[in-house]
Design a protein. Sequence first.
Length: 206
Amino acid sequence: MTTADRRYGGRTVVARKAERRQRFLEAATRIFAERGYATCSLAEVCAAAGLSKRQFYEEFETREDVLVAAYDRIQDDAAQAVGSALVALDTPTDVQLALRTGFGAYLESLGSDPYRAQVALIEVVGVSDRMEDHRRHRRHAWSALIEAALIGIGVRLRGDAELTTALITGAVNGVAHEWLLRESRPPVDELVDLLTGAALAMVDFD
């Protein structure tokens, strides 16, 4: 039996480690959203998770590392939600429906937890050169997903594909950001209508 297979309290070392990591990510997402990443200390993250600094350093090297991991979890969950929603479409070649479905799934995933949107759209901005490079990498991943999804249903992006998809992702995040900051927020369907109309103007049908 390896160390990873050993059980403590009925759970393996791997399971306990995964649970601790999840607790850190959930606590960091909440406390960074509530207090702001720039003013939130590592000690506060540990206290919010109910875990020690020693346990933190078993998972992460720096406070920024847990921010990156929390951001990635938000983005990964949103990408999974979008992918699942598109796969489930009865009429996958309906471009307008596909766009509406994708935008709706993304916004619903982001808005499923009020802390997620705050972290993904605000707290990660301007943290460091490393974080900005990482955000750009994630944007490129979304651009590739959008391009592949549209090509799959017979739609061609206008102009330079990388720039056009960047325009779409920028519009999504910009609208979501403004929506987050409003005291009186319009229904998500209104955002989806707006984004779908904008995206349709950026594609050509083969």
